[in-house]
Design a protein around this ligand. Structure first.
Ligand SMILES: Cc1ncc(C[n+]2csc(CCO)c2C)c(N)n1
Length: 211
């Protein structure tokens, strides 16, 4: 069943925002004394104009069409990591959050990604773990396992660990996988999908896997 028209989160009586606006709250943690300039310079290079954005001392929230949210987060990671600095990304993606209507006007943007042309040729090995939380779906385990199977088909699935599944490889392949599993999970009975991602880039632990 598609959830796009659902008037409430099933069984809760809580009204849902009807828009399919996607949000991502993320933090970049560069393991360098220059972390302030690395984060600020990444923001200068990334075009966030097709998203609603707010940055504070802990994290940044971007909201808008799914493709622009993923485009901004991937570009931020690539600009911060092309320096070779070890960077960790923590991110929570959400769609269908009840009452989530701030920034709805950004849903009228077209689907042309603003940052992809600037980052598509940048190569970067990443190792990550993601977890899906299909809220309010009694069959949530099935929904999760379907997405793990999808990740396997992308060729990016690494080992499964408690509470998460590992994805690794080229950053573009890993972000394509994350976007695909997030979109596919929306087709489940859950009206509100949450996905957490932890990503490690340029880690000294990766030396044997990057080539
Ligand atoms: C994506 C992202 N957004 C905000 C922060 C929080 N933060 C930590 S240092 C710094 C620059 C100086 O203000 C900022 C904004 C983060 N770590 N990553």
């Amino acid at each position: 069943m598609s959830n796009t028209q659902s008037p409430e989160t099933p069984g809760t009586g809580i009204a849902c925002g009807t828009s399919q606006i996607v949000g991502c709250r993320f933090s970049l943690h560069p393991m360098s004394d220059s972390f302030v300039s690395l984060i600020n310079e990444a923001f200068e290079k990334v075009d966030t104009s097709k998203t609603w954005r707010f940055t504070d001392d802990v994290s940044t929230l971007v909201r808008g069409r799914e493709e622009h949210v993923f485009d901004v987060v991937k570009a931020m990671v690539l600009h911060a990591t092309k320096t070779g600095v070890h960077v960790v990304l923590t991110a929570t993606f959400s769609v269908g959050c009840p009452g989530d209507s701030d920034g709805d006007t950004f849903m009228a943007e077209d689907n042309i990604r603003l940052n992809e042309p600037n980052v598509k040729n940048l190569k970067q090995y990443v190792s990550s773990q993601f977890a899906l939380y299909p809220m309010g779906d009694p069959d949530y385990m099935e929904t999760i396992m379907d997405q793990v199977e999808l990740a396997k088909n992308h060729g990016t699935l690494n080992k499964s660990v408690h509470y998460a599944s590992g994805l690794h490889g080229d950053i573009h392949d890993v972000f394509n996988t994350l976007e695909d599993v997030f979109n596919n999970a929306k087709k489940s009975n859950s009206a509100h999908i949450v996905m957490t991602v932890n990503m490690s880039i340029n880690s000294p632990s990766h030396k044997s896997e990057e080539n």
